[in-house]
Design a protein around this ligand. Structure first.
Ligand code: PMP
Ligand code: GLN
Length: 386
């Protein structure tokens, strides 16, 4: 008699492999130019690499302190003070995590209880929803409409109720490449000030912002700062997405809760990488200060090269993603179009609808321009033939 295999009753039954893994695998299989998953095709700074090798050679190869190595937390405090004029306490308010992904998961797990409601803005980055579901919360999504993708604050206010516990925001925004200004944070504050609601602000592209005002952090708003967790990632800032070092800044009581999760999720993060990043922040602050100009040049080159194509490009105020409307090219839905583009044209992109729970009937794809000139030029040449 054959035994029935014991299968787990999935806690995330509808979830498949992430679109980023799927599209990168398809790109590889068809040797397409991969503008799908967001990562640079060039290396991070030579100094950072040298400092990593140095710290490995000096024996910094055992567990780091659970909250992060002291020099990195001090360097993050200095950077934050220099950028927004407010210094987080390195001891009690900064936690180094295994990429922003871990910080987001730890923050959601620490705060959300069964029955709680969490609000996010769609399109939204794909890691938020599964974390909310696993914590027993319910995600309430506000749909943002292209091309501006601005929040409807009346719709937002209408969603608030006694169960609302957390709002997740993301600026500069993946995938729409829009950014929030101080007025947006002010509107958020006005809506939630009188309610016991926390804010999780995903700011991993904080140094890739092209607006005249620059990046606005939740931490610059004193009211919001007292109930916010701001998350960032050195993967984006130092072009090293594979190093997986990020951090979370939050008031002491919130940080204490995030750390309770972090200490049993990963406990601590790669020691020599943390020390190398501390050196890099101290020795070459020009790197992150010059990042907007560095990526603006790539964006502008790619936009120029695509101007002859039938794609209609949307404005890009931040991140290293460019949205393109392909309605003049194809009637396919965005998922089918991205597969076709990868397998037949040789350029991999990300469909926008996968970032939305509800219908997203627009013909929009996301192209990553964190690539060498030659890569962008070759991709543009193919896209201009559409
Ligand atoms: N949030 C957003 C909006 C992202 O785009 C990413 C990564 N691309 C992350 C979080 C995760 O960052 P990390 O790779 O540092 O985990
Ligand atoms: N955040 C990256 C993107 O938006 C992908 C990260 C991942 O593959 N998990 O493309």
């Amino acid at each position: 008699m054959s035994e029935t295999p014991l299968l787990p009753d999935s806690k995330l039954p509808a979830l498949g492999t992430t679109i980023f893994s799927q599209m990168s695998a398809l790109a590889q299989q068809h040797q397409a130019i991969n503008l799908s998953q967001g990562f640079p095709d060039f290396d991070g700074p030579a100094h950072l690499q040298a400092r990593l090798a140095y710290h490995v050679s000096q024996g910094a190869n055992q567990y780091a302190p659970m909250t992060g190595v002291a020099p990195l937390r001090a360097a993050i405090a200095d950077k934050t003070a220099g950028l927004i004029g407010w210094r987080p306490d390195a001891e009690t308010e900064i936690t180094v995590t295994a990429g922003a992904t871990e910080a987001l998961y730890a923050a959601i797990t620490a705060l959300v209880r069964p029955g709680d409601e969490v609000i996010c803005f769609d399109p939204s980055y794909d890691s938020y929803a599964p974390a909310v579901t696993l914590a027993g919360g319910t995600l309430r999504r506000i749909a943002l409409q292209p091309p501006a993708f601005r929040p409807d604050w009346a719709a937002f206010a209408a969603l608030l109720n006694a169960q609302t516990r957390l709002v997740i925001v993301n600026t500069p925004h993946n995938p729409t490449a829009t950014v929030w200004q101080a007025e947006d944070f002010q509107a958020l504050w006005q809506a939630i000030a009188a309610r016991p609601i926390w804010v999780l602000s995903d700011e991993v592209y904080e140094h890739i912002c092209f607006t005249p005002q620059g990046h606005q952090s939740v931490l610059a708003h004193p009211g919001l700062r007292a109930r916010a967790m701001a998350v960032s990632s050195f993967g984006k800032t130092f072009h090293m997405t594979g190093w997986k070092v990020g951090y979370c800044i939050a008031p002491p009581a919130l940080s204490a809760e995030v750390r309770k999760v972090h200490q049993y999720l990963t406990f601590s993060v790669n020691t020599p990488a943390q020390l190398a990043m501390a050196d890099m922040l101290r020795d070459e602050p020009a790197h992150y200060r010059e990042l907007p100009a560095f990526y603006r040049a790539r964006r502008d080159r790619f936009v120029r090269a695509l101007s002859a194509s039938r794609l209609r490009l949307l404005p890009c105020d931040g991140t290293y993603f460019l949205l393109a409307d392909y309605s003049a090219v194809s009637d396919l839905d965005d998922v089918a179009f991205c597969r076709w583009l990868t397998t037949k044209i040789g350029v991999a992109a990300i469909p926008l609808s996968v970032f939305c729970a509800g219908p997203f009937p627009h013909k929009l794809i996301r192209l990553c321009f964190a690539k060498r000139d030659a890569t962008l030029d070759a991709a543009a040449e193919r896209l201009c033939q559409l």
